[in-house]
Ligand binder design. Structure first.
Ligand code: TPP
Ligand code: DXP
Ligand code: MG
Length: 636
């Protein structure tokens, strides 16, 4: 436990209505204390510190001016909501953030009335806020709707779909653009340049009718700014004004006086949609965060006085790193290979590829849909695109996978990172569904890596495969610490492998649960059960020769995967049913259950899901009609 900061003003606040008793000077003091509280709490839990520190003043000002929870603050992504959680009745649990049984690291409806809309995937806030505003106008008892969206998140198409709709609807709605000139990595794209131009040139402006209500210095600034804008752009407004919003800003998102006066004015005056452009600093007020390259976007537990993070020393390279390095090796042999990431260069290992081949790596910003169709365009010209996207974020690009890739049978290579349960980010980031949603598609080849060497083989296989789309999935975190070959082997499409041969039960594993399957096999062997372990490698096409053989020669076959129902096990079941082979052996499919799994350590989440080695061994015993002859089944 760290030394707790001294927070006399914050101690007076349990819920946002307590802010009404504070004057503006006290609100500024409150923000300082809140910042210290967030730093102290995240030093114990880890989490998204930089983004939260950037919105401390904004959080205080929003809760001071608006009347939450009647008014609805919709935080985009929700990774910056820690100060909001502290002010909204959750301070007593803030040190449980992202832990098993603790507070979510994102906004979550089930957690608090002050979280009107859950998030974790980006760029949904304006749409949701417009929903609240529309419901209010249709008579629902809800107040103002305020979307807070970052400069990274406003690069995604959904945000423009929402503004296009909101501008035309003309309803009273507030969008706060929290512009810290950072995504996870430095932001990319023309929109980011445009936002910078709004405050690096004298193009600052205030919507007509707002400036007269502002305090003197701010009013003068606004007037001067408008004249400059008019002079510079021939009277044209900002992009946001063209979309039907009143644009206010840029303002200093850490200056409590500016924030309070702008929000109070906007609250009184707004009749339609208003966008307030607040410039902030990611990591604000905590020197190690401000000084780091990633502004402490996501941190492990750390020492508050030094900022040193308490990261455990890895035992093996991560799957992500193995992917990045394998792709570099493949690209050395084939200049048509290009890499694509949607705002996650370090998260996907594309930074490794980009360092080696800067002209062949494309960071398209938070734009998964575009990333997929961009890859499809590249593939249509015989380039070899590797589109590396986390499993849960790839959900965003599903129609593009169906319509632009699979239907046209274009050889896009999908590197599906963060497959399976991911730990502290919880259910929003769980890579649960990709096996089912990819294997359902005609033309698609779907592989899963059992370990890091297999991943290397799959990168090589995908590079060599030109007949259509191909996907390979692998989990977050470290590999098994295996010796790595110089280069991956090209696998035969649709061919699995037998890892060990036995006679009683067969454990048919798909993907990175193989380690747990091996443990289960040892438990079974301790009960004198003879076990075959097979690594399917492919969910599509299935290795039916191997699967038939397993069915014919064992009493029970158990499929195991780190994915939802409707995935690999379902593919096996259906194929066997079609062949009338279901009676050959007892078949069980072990998948994630049909519910979302709350955050915890990944092993605990898999245990919660019923996918621990003990569960696998017990399922095999039951299916084979065996009873434990020795001690009960337990971890070996
Ligand atoms: C659809 C989707 N893609 C990618 C991500 C991963 N992601 C989380 S936060 C983030 C950066 C957001 O930048 P910004 O909105 O500017 O917020 P900041 O962290 O700078 O406060 C990214 C890429 C995500 N959450 N959702
Ligand atoms: C908020 C968000 O979506 C990302 O920051 C995510 O938490 C990153 O996850 P990894 O740590 O698995 O890269
Ligand atoms: Mg940002």
């Amino acid at each position: 436990m760290t030394d707790r900061p001294n927070t006399p003003t914050l101690d007076r606040v349990t819920v946002p209505s307590d802010l009404k008793a504070l004057d503006d000077r006290q609100l500024a003091t409150l923000a300082d204390e809140l910042r210290q509280e967030v730093v102290s709490a995240v030093s114990e839990t880890g989490g998204h510190l930089g983004s939260s520190l950037g919105v401390v003043e904004l959080t205080v000002a929003l809760h001071a001016v608006f009347n939450t929870p009647h008014d609805k603050i919709v935080w985009d992504v929700g990774h910056q909501c820690y100060p909001h959680k502290v002010l909204t009745g959750r301070r007593d649990r803030i040190r449980t953030l992202r832990q098993e049984g603790g507070l979510s690291g994102f906004t979550k409806r089930a957690e608090s009335d002050y979280d009107p809309f859950g998030a974790a995937h980006s760029s949904t806030s304006i749409s949701a806020a417009l929903g609240f505003a529309t419901a209010r106008d249709l008579g629902q008892p809800t107040g103002d709707a305020i979307a807070v969206i970052g400069d990274g998140s406003i690069s995604a198409g959904m945000a423009y779909e929402a503004m296009n709709n909101a501008g035309a609807e003309g309803r009273r709605l507030f969008v706060i653009l929290n512009d810290n000139e950072m995504s996870i990595a430095p932001p990319v794209g023309a929109m980011s340049k445009y936002l910078s131009s709004l405050y690096s040139s004298p193009a600052a402006t205030m919507a007509e009718g707002f400036e007269s209500a502002l305090p003197g210095p701010l009013r003068d600034h606004a007037r001067r700014a408008r004249q400059l804008v008019t002079g510079l752009s021939g009277g044209a407004g900002t992009l946001f004004e063209e979309l039907g919003f009143q644009y206010i800003g840029p303002i200093d998102g850490h200056d409590m006086d500016q924030l309070l006066s702008v929000l109070r004015t906007a609250k009184v005056r707004a009749t339609g949609p208003v966008l307030i452009h607040a410039c902030t600093v990611k990591g604000k007020g905590y020197a190690p965060a401000e000084g780091s390259d990633d502004k402490y976007h996501g941190v492990a537990k750390f020492d508050v006085s030094t900022g040193t993070q308490k990261k455990s020393r890895p035992n093996a390279p991560s799957y992500t790193k193995v992917f990045g390095e394998s792709l570099v090796k493949e690209a050395a042999l084939d200049p048509r290979i290009v890499g694509i990431t949607a705002a996650m260069p370090s998260g996907t290992g594309m930074d490794i590829f980009g360092k080696a081949y800067p002209k062949q790596m494309f960071d398209v910003g938070i734009a998964e849909q575009h990333a997929v169709t961009f890859a499809a365009g590249l593939a249509a010209t015989c380039m070899k695109p590797f589109c590396a996207i986390y499993s849960s974020f790839l959900q965003r690009g599903y129609d593009q996978i169906v319509h632009d890739v699979a239907l046209q049978n274009l050889p896009v290579r999908f590197a599906v990172d963060r497959a399976g349960l991911v730990g502290a980010d919880g259910p929003t980031h769980a890579g649960a569904f990709d096996i089912g949603y990819l294997a359902a598609l005609p033309n698609m080849v779907v592989m899963a890596a059992a370990d890091e060497v297999e991943l290397m083989h799959m990168v090589a296989t995908a590079a060599a495969y030109d007949d259509g789309p191909i996907a390979f999935r692998y989990p977050r975190g470290e590999g098994e610490g295996m010796e790595m070959p110089e280069r991956g082997e090209v696998l035969e499409i649709g061919k699995g492998r037998i890892v060990q041969s036995g006679t009683d039960v067969a454990l048919l594993s798909f993907g990175a649960h193989l380690g747990e399957v091996r443990k289960a096999a040892r438990m079974l062997e301790a009960q004198d059960v003879s076990v075959t372990i097979a690594d399917a490698r492919f969910a599509k096409p299935l290795d039916m020769v191997m699967i038939r053989q397993l069915m014919k020669s064992h009493d029970a076959v158990i499929t195991v995967e780190q994915g939802s129902v409707g995935g690999f096990g379902a593919m096996v079941l259906q194929a066997l049913a079609q062949e009338g082979m279901l009676m050959e052996a007892q078949l069980r499919t072990m998948t994630l259950p049909d519910r979302f799994i709350d955050q915890a350590a990944p092993d605990a989440m898999y245990a919660d899901a019923g996918l621990s080695a003990v569960d696998i061994a017990a399922t095999a015993m039951e299916a084979a009609g065996l009873e434990a002859t020795k001690t009960p089944i337990q971890a070996q």
